[in-house]
Design a protein around this ligand. Sequence first.
Ligand code: ASP
Length: 306
Amino acid sequence: VLSYPAMQARDREPAGPPTILVHAGAGPMGSELREHGQEAIDVLGEILRAAGAQLDSGAAAQAVVMAAVEGMEDCGLFNAGYGAALCSDGSVELSAAVMRGSDRAAGGVAGLHVVRHPIHAAAAVLESGQVLMIGEHAERLALAGGAERWANSDFVTERQRARLIRGAEGPPEDRGTVGAVCLDAHGHLAAGTSTGGINGQPPGRVGDSPLIGAGTWADDRVAVSCTGDGEAFIRVGVARWIASQVAHGVPLQTAAREALDDVGSLDGTGGLIALDRTGQLALPFSTEAMPRGIWQAGRSPDVQLT
Ligand code: ASP
C-alpha cells in the first residue's frame, strides 16, 4: 500500500532494525516522578525487554505496540487505564488510539468509563472498519470483542484523588499519558497512545491522543505518538504533519522539532516519539521531563526521565 506522495527512492531502501519507542507523558518533573522515578524506569525497561523479545520472534508492529501500551495502562504511575487522571467530577474518562502503518487502518476511542484497557477498545474500532467511536457504544463493541470490564471506581487511585483535590493550586505535576511506536522485522510501522486526559478536565473533553493525525499516526514511512497540551496538538495536527514533512524529504528529527515549535507558538508544551522506516528516531519534548525508552535490535533498553 503506497502512502502519499508516491514512492520515492528512499522508500526502496532496506528498512531499519526492529525498534520500539515508548513514552509516559511529557510534563513537569512532579513530586511523583521525583519519588517514583526509579520505578517508572524499571517498568518501562521491562516493557521494552518484553517488546524486544516479541520483535525478535517476528511479531507485527501493531501487536507489539498494543502489548506495550497495555503494560503502561496497568501501571498506576501513569495517566492511562489504572491510575488515570480524574475529571472535575471525580470520574475517569479514558481515550486511546492505535494505527497500523501497512494499510493505515486506525481506531480511536474517547469517553470510555468501563474498559480496563482502552487500547483494546481502540483496536476493536480499528477492526470494525470505523475509525473513531465514543462512549458507551465504543465500550459495547470492545466488551463484545472480549475486552475486560472494570467499574469506573476501579481506575481511581489515591494519588489521582489527591491531585484533583490539590487542583490548579497544587505544585505542577507530571502528566503521564502513554504511547508507543514500533518498526517490526517486516519493515512495517504502528503507533498507539492512551490517556486519562488532563487532571480536572470537564467530563466530555477530548484531547489529541485518540485523534488520528493529531496525537497518533502511522503510515509505512513514519509512526508518531504525542503527549502534552492536547488542544494545541490538535490545532497543529502534529502527528500527520510530521508524516507529511518526512514524505517530502524533511529529516524526521527536523520535522518533529518544528512541529513542537509550532505547538509552542500556540502556547502549548509537550513531547512526542517518532520513528521512521529507515530506523531514524526522534523523542523531543519541551517540558522538564518525559519518561521515555528505546529498544533497538541488538541493544539493551535505554530509559530516561529528563
Ligand atoms: N495529550 C493529552 C490530552 O490532551 C494529555 C497528555 O499528554 O498529558 O489529553
